[in-house]
Each structure stands twice: as structure tokens, then as C-alpha cells.
Design a binder for this molecule. Sequence first.
Ligand code: FAD
Length: 499
Amino acid sequence: MKKEQTDFLVIGSGLAGLAFALEASKHGKVVVLTKAGVQDSNTSWAQGGIAAAVGESDDWRLHEEDTLIAGAGLCDPDAVRMLVQNAPQAIEWLAKLGARFDLGASNELDLGREGGHSRNRIVHHADKTGWEVERAVSAAVRANPNIVVYQFCFVTDLLMSGGRCVGATGTIPDVGQVMFTARATMVATGGVGKVYDSTTNPRVATGDGVALAQKVGANIANMEFQQFHPTTLHHPQLSGFLITEAMRGAGATLRNHNGRRFMFDYDSRLELAPRDVVARSIAREMQKLETWCVYLDPTHLPSELLQEEFPTIWKRLSEIGLLIDRDWIPVVPAQHYSCGGVVTDLNGRTNVPGLYASGEVSCTGVHGANRLASNSLLEAIVFSFKAAEVVQAEPTEVPEVQEPKSPTCLPENEAILLRHALQKLMSAQAGIFRTTAGLQEASDKIASALTQYDTQATAGFSAYSAETRNLLINAQLIVNGALARTENVGLHYNADLDK
Ligand SMILES: Cc1cc2nc3c(=O)[nH]c(=O)nc-3n(C[C@H](O)[C@H](O)[C@H](O)COP(=O)(O)OP(=O)(O)OC[C@H]3O[C@@H](n4cnc5c(N)ncnc54)[C@H](O)[C@@H]3O)c2cc1C
């Protein structure tokens, strides 16, 4: 088996992974492993922007308060304070790397508004902020001689020696398995959206990092808090396409199929109530009226504003025949963000020595039971920076490690069936509305699917199959977390607890 040694190993090339790589490269050699192309990530798909209290009437204390309210009492106040206090520097860092953000008339940052924020504080690049951020950080990584990136390298295992994480094994097409040893390993593998049959996440979001970390004994928490974005397109050609909250921030309203603005029936904050409230209200309205979707109505907004502020949405929707200055947009909620994950301290350290986590894969305490919109790109930068500061203290000697066994996988045709059944099951039983019986049924079915996978797996590697097993592990954590919650809080809602 090929072997390579580095100082710091990063798994994932989204914002969390690349921000860590850039900062850690000041202290040693960095290798980044990523299972698809560099820019294939949730980060590239982020639309709305990054929250930071940089406006004249704003203050980090207000950002802190909004974050704590959204988190429904389950945030770690220290983590939240660190996040919001470091937000302006995070924006400055991105701007210095060359990320372009929209400016107002007198060249100050043009700040958008999203649900749950008491001030305009969303720094953005039209409706494709993530694309712009990923462009800037990946260009900086390419120009950095201390960072090497291996694309299409699927990480299958973390390497352990004497209770320490000392690297990872990756599989590269036409090369095979490669062992990467390192002083410290950063898991930055993003979200778990593909656990559900409807998600805004790209295909790489299969919860690999949570499964990898759990296997070596890392603590995992809060997986039951899965955020559903209220407004994703309901259309056969572009299912799951996100219609950013910023459109509601700009004044678009939600209507049922009778044209009634139904949010008046659910919450006084109307369309700008926190995401879980809006998503649940939409789901209830759809149930009540037995409809497939509700509608987002931006038609009263000026056509020029819609084209200027939402160019991606304007273009993609017009390609399927929807003109957003004239047509209501059919929308449904879809899984969007995982608030739980690998538990870390304020420096991104997990309970496994040598193992760090950052970004959506992590559970830093910032989001509690619900994430405030546009806090996740920010979290990825702030916690990766802290981790890059402390990794210098990791031992410089990397011990010898045994070669891991070759992975075994379920044949792909069977994995396809297993994955689809899992996604349907999770959407039905562990989505926005849950019941104890439904969760129990899901738990039993997932346990037997895992047994089926492991007993039928054969020699030979398939990334799709390996991801499917990781999805099963994530599903199990979500369902078991939901069963263990004895009260409805934030994103977790079990109808039986309401009785
Ligand atoms: C449509 C959409 C809109 C969003 N809008 C916003 C927004 O406006 N503001 C905001 O703050 N957040 C937003 N988010 C959330 C935000 O984009 C993500 O939480 C954030 O980008 C996560 O960054 P990350 O670096 O942790 O993970 P990602 O950007 O997802 O990167 C994960 C990386 O890990 C790699 N990887 C995964 N598994 C493996 C493996 N086994 N081996 C090797 N590599 C692996 C992936 O290929 C990828 O490169 C949005 C998300 C979506 C999907």
C-alpha cells in the first residue's frame, strides 16, 4: 500500500477544510483529501451569505442574542460568543483572499436580512455567496506551495495508534488505497442531506465524517436536529433547488393554493419566523389542504430587484418556464443542514487525541437545537482558525501504524436499493413531524439494513456503497437521538410528546 506523511491532514475541501488548510500551512505541510472535485461541496451551493454584525446599527451582542434564541436553549454560550465576536475578522479574511461581496451606494457592504436576525447582517455575493467564497479559498489553496490536494480520494478509515488518530486511508481510482499519516487530522466532510429523499445538499453530503469519527470512538451529538429549509423548489426538473430565505427577506410572501397568506395563522413573525417554524407551518398547511406544495409569491417585487438580487434563481427558474416576476414559485420544505455531528471543544478538538472536526460535520455548540440562517459558513471559518492555532502543539513524531484491511462493500445494484429505501424511510419517519412508533420502526429497519450490508459485503471498493453504509450510520444516529429526546425542542418535533 502506498504511504505518504504530512504534518496536517484535512478530509474535505469545502470552506471548513480549506480555511483550516490555509491557516495550518503556516506551521507545516498540509495534505487535503477530497472525494470529488475540489469545489464539489455544500459550500459552493450556499446562496444567502454569511452573518456578521458589521452594520452601523448592529452589535455582536445582538447577533449573539439572535443565535441563542434560534438555538432554543441548547447552544453553548461560549461557542456562540466566540463565533459572533470573530465574524467581522472572518469577513475581512475572505475579502483579503479576494472574495467579492456586494456593496451599497457608498461602497459599504450591502447587508441582507434573513429569518431570525434582528438586523440586516448578511454579507453576500448576489445569491451565490458560497460559489464566490469557494472560488476565492480554492484559488488561495492552489497558490500555496505548502498544501497538496488529492481530488477523487475517498477516505474510508481513520488511522489509530495508541489511542491517537494519526491519519487516514483514502482510495484513489487507478492508484488504490493510500495511507496518509499526520500529526493531526481534520475531518471537514460537511453534511448528511442524502439521508433524506428530499434535500438541498449536493451528492457529496453523505455524512462520511460522522461515520468515520464514530468508528474510532469520537463523541457524536445532536444528530436529531436536522434543519429543513422551508422553501425549496417543487418541480420534477429541479427538485430540492433552494429558494433563498433572502427572497422572503426582500418581501416575498407564502401563499396556499387558494392564494391565502397562511403564515398569519401560524406565527406573528410571518415569513421571517425562524426556519423550523416556517417549515413546520408549510408542512401543516400542506397536510391541512392536502396539497403537494405551497407557493412563494415574489410577483409584487420590482422585476429589476429580482434580477439583480437573485440572478441564479431568476436564470434557473426561467430555464424551466417559471418567470419569477409573474409566477408564484411552488415550494416544499427539504432537509438542508445538520446541526449535530462530531462533538468538539472551542478549538475544534474532538475527544480522540489528534482528531479535529470543523464545519457542518461538527457539533461545536453554536447551533444548539436550531441553526440561525447564515451562521454555518461563519462557523466553518472561525472554528477552523482556532483549530489551526492549536494543532501546532500536537506531537511532531508520528508513530508507525499497521496497514488497514481492504474495505469490503455491498454490490452497487443492492446499495442503490438500500439507499433509496433508507431515504424514503427517513423522510416518512424522521423528517419534520415524528412519532415514537415511526421512529422505532425506522430504528429497527436501519439496524437490519446495516446487518444486511455487513453480511453481504464482498471484497472490492465502491464509493457509492461505502457512502450508503455511512448514510445508514447517520440515519441510526438521527433516529436514536430523536427517540432519546423527551421534549420537543428546536428542530425536533415528536407529535406523541405533545399529547
Ligand atoms: C443550497 C444550500 C444553501 C446554503 N446557503 C447557506 C448560506 O447562505 N449561508 C450559510 O452560512 N450556509 C449555507 N448553507 C450551508 C453551508 O453551505 C454549509 O453548512 C457549509 O458550506 C459546510 O461547509 P463544510 O466545509 O463543512 O462542508 P462542505 O462544503 O460540504 O465540504 C465537505 C467536503 O468534504 C468532502 N468529503 C465528504 N466525504 C468525504 C470522504 N469520505 N472522503 C474525502 N472527502 C470527503 C466533500 O467532497 C467536500 O469537499 C447552504 C447549504 C446549501 C446546501
